[in-house]
Design a binder for this molecule. Structure first.
Ligand code: GAR
Length: 193
């Protein structure tokens, strides 16, 4: 059985979409895969409760307990490795990871970013797309490499930007697309892992 570990920091709506797809698509049978654990760097992440309700194991590695990024990442890696994952999924995980951490999971660490990469890496993606006069925003699922929000693209969804859109209205529309493409990208990747 291929284990998937999902890392979250917040509401976990992408995590919820992945759990839903795993259940509906019967990933245990069809892909020989399961979500083995959800790990958060914040104890108050809303997604944790959601995961528990679905009987998925959860764990908190609070970044504030660690003096350095390296120390946090080492503890996070230990928590991840206990689940022996084939795939580590960043789903709204809002910590920058060290190169050593990224190297450890090379080829099996993926992220979703709320822009059409390579446009707008980093934060405030929707406001920046609106300010730049873009006609489309969107989201990208990509392999994680040591360069922030770069790495081979696995899946994308484009969303038109309407007159009067705010960062919030655009974000909400993009998020519904994220929920479609993230499970698809994972299901496509799993047979290769
Ligand atoms: C999503 O929009 C995701 O693309 C973004 O955070 C949100 C998490 O929502 N990720 C990043 O900005 C990563 N840099 P969720 O917790 O409801 O899945």
């Amino acid at each position: 059985m291929k284990n998937i570990v999902i890392l979250i920091s917040g509401g976990g709506s992408n995590m919820a979409a992945i759990l839903r797809a795993a259940q509906q698509g019967n990933w245990r049978k069809t892909l020989d895969a399961q979500v083995a654990a959800v790990i958060s760097n914040r104890a108050d992440a809303g997604g944790l409760q959601l995961a528990r309700e679905q009987m998925v194991a959860t764990e908190v590695v609070d970044h504030k307990r660690f003096a350095t990024r390296e120390a946090f990442d080492a503890e996070l890696a230990a928590a991840i490795d206990r689940r022996q994952p084939s795939l580590v999924v960043l789903a709204g995980f809002m910590r920058i990871l060290t190169p050593a951490f990224v190297a450890r999971y090379e080829g099996r660490l993926i992220n979703i970013h709320p822009s059409l990469l390579p446009a707008f890496p980093g934060l405030h993606t929707h406001q920046r797309a609106i300010d730049a006069g873009c006609r489309f925003g969107g989201a990208t699922v990509h392999q994680v490499t040591s360069e922030l929000d770069h790495g081979p693209i696995l899946e994308q969804a484009a969303v038109p930007i309407m007159a009067g859109d705010t960062a919030d209205t655009l974000a909400a529309r993009v998020l519904t697309q994220e929920h479609q493409i993230y499970p698809l990208a994972i299901a496509a990747l799993l047979p290769n892992l």
